[in-house]
Design a protein around this ligand. Sequence first.
Ligand code: URA
Length: 187
Amino acid sequence: METRTLEEIKKDCEQCEKCELCKTRTNIVFGVGNANAKLMFIGEAPGQKEDESGIPFVGAAGKLLDKYLDAVGIPRDDVYIANILKCRPPKNRDPLPAEEDMCIGYLREQVLAIRPKVIVCLGRISAMRIIKPDFKITAEHGKWFDKNGYSVCAVYHPAALLRDPRKKDEMLADMMAIKERIDNEIN
Ligand code: URA
């Protein structure tokens, strides 16, 4: 696949009408952060605040993600954050497989443009798409997988931590391991 710049991919995405979500979006939520990031986070799909602002993870879940980044000493400006879907599903329902199929090419191109060392899936939906379809987030969060030469793991989605704060210790441990991986650049 020809490698395009993030700007080129974004322009394409802004015109996208491949699925019905283009009809209800306010903005596409392409992704933000460092184009040379070693660490890339991949969430599920934009929520209301993200749809309004065009920026991923700016709502309540995003604020919690910021706290974990802060706690382990990873500046948000050093990472790149994107989602599987670039447009918000109505009422924040789960992405449909067909929507993921239409949208995943943009994400693949983003990964090729950035070439991060480490990819972290935020939540089950992202992990099922990126790591393996039968990914079990409770049993397999924090485990490392090799995907086409990238070190990939999944952590709980911050929104899941808001619903169940008992998972927060595990999240902190996973985030600390991610920081260590980045620092040591083990691939
Ligand atoms: N949840 C996601 O998965 N992505 C966002 O951008 C916001 C909330």
